[in-house]
Design a protein around this ligand. Structure first.
Ligand SMILES: C[S@@+](CC[C@H](N)C(=O)[O-])C[C@H]1O[C@@H](n2cnc3c(N)ncnc32)[C@H](O)[C@@H]1O
Length: 304
């Protein structure tokens, strides 16, 4: 039985993830995130694997990618049953290779050593007990298999310090909350139209095309992300360190543990100028803005 906190989490995420599913650009961008090279694997490595996509989200974009890449089976797990219509719409073309399961990462309804590849992106901070979730995911990883995890690092960069303050404001200030709740492509287009008209009444463009460029920085993809950062309930603020997650992998008997990163392609908004910092998370500029950033780590369970 889900707690009221989990139901709230699921409800908030369900809204974003359906928005993402309805926008072909966003869905395709999310699917394109899963590529072998990112995980340090040879092309074709997912072929024939049994994969768990834990906390897959209503649109199960990673599950879709693993299936497209030839996984033998993909189990897509989320809290409750209410999300399944959305994921099923996408995944039904894969037939019995795709299975949708309601459950929690804190108590996985699977035998141990069940999966060759366990994928869990952005889920554990939303649970009441991330360490238990980690141990559960490690338990179901097969010897010889891999477990991949993303988790937000400590909020010790400018952007995440701001986000944490603004999350508090979102909780306590009705006006700010309503502005965020109404933030989307169309409200923003109205605001930008007003801004650029007012500007044009006063002076001509300084550089040719600057208004069009300014507009290109904002799209629905960006606003789903911004709403996520303020609205999504988390038990744990951004407080995980790379060392701590590495220790968890070691405690659970994993080896070849490595932090990985990627160049996140295909942003059509201002995040295309942030993407180099996602890739080079250790660069001083990236550390300044994002601190520990999004910790993306993978480990192998030794064959016995
Ligand atoms: C940031 S979203 C990530 C979704 C997806 N993994 C992705 O990368 O697009 C976090 C997801 O974790 C799910 N979640 C939260 N607590 C969970 C739990 N205890 N068990 C399984 N999923 C959970 C939420 O419902 C939400 O869809």
């Amino acid at each position: 039985m889900e707690s009221s906190f989990e139901i709230r989490t699921r409800t908030v995420f369900d809204q974003y993830q359906r928005d993402q599913e309805n926008d072909p650009h966003i869905f395709d961008r999310l699917v394109s995130l899963i590529e072998e090279e990112y995980f340090g694997l040879a092309a074709g490595s997912f072929r024939g694997l049994d994969v768990l996509d834990a906390g897959c989200g209503s649109n199960a974009n990673a599950s879709y990618a693993f299936l497209e890449k030839g996984a033998h089976s993909v189990v897509s797990l989320e809290l409750g049953n209410d999300w399944m219509d959305c994921a099923r719409k996408r995944l039904s073309r894969f037939g019995p290779r795709s299975q949708l399961v309601a459950g929690s990462v804190l108590d996985l309804p699977f035998d141990e050593k069940r999966f060759d590849f366990v994928h869990c992106a952005g889920v554990l901070p939303h649970t009441s007990d991330p360490k238990t979730g980690f141990e559960e995911l490690a338990r179901v990883t097969r010897p010889g298999g891999s477990f991949f995890l993303t988790i937000m690092g400590t909020a010790n960069g400018v952007i995440y310090r701001c986000i944490n303050h603004l999350r508090e404001l979102y909780q306590n200030d009705e006006q700010f909350r309503s502005a965020i709740d109404n933030l989307n492509g169309s409200t923003t287009r109205e605001a930008i139209d007003w801004l650029l008209n007012a500007k044009e009444n006063e002076e001509e463009e300084y550089m040719p095309g600057e208004n069009a460029f300014f507009r290109s920085l904002f799209d629905d993809d960006l606003f789903v992300t911004i709403r996520d950062r303020f609205q999504a309930p988390t038990y744990h603020e951004f407080s995980f360190t790379e060392e701590q997650i590495r220790d968890w992998f070691v405690e659970c008997g994993f080896d070849n543990i490595r932090r990985i990163s990627r160049y996140t392609r295909n942003f059509h908004n201002l995040r295309r100028f942030l993407a180099p910092m996602y890739r080079h998370y250790d660069h001083p500029l990236a550390r300044f803005w994002f601190g520990d950033g999004c910790i993306q780590m993978i480990g192998n369970k030794p064959s016995t």
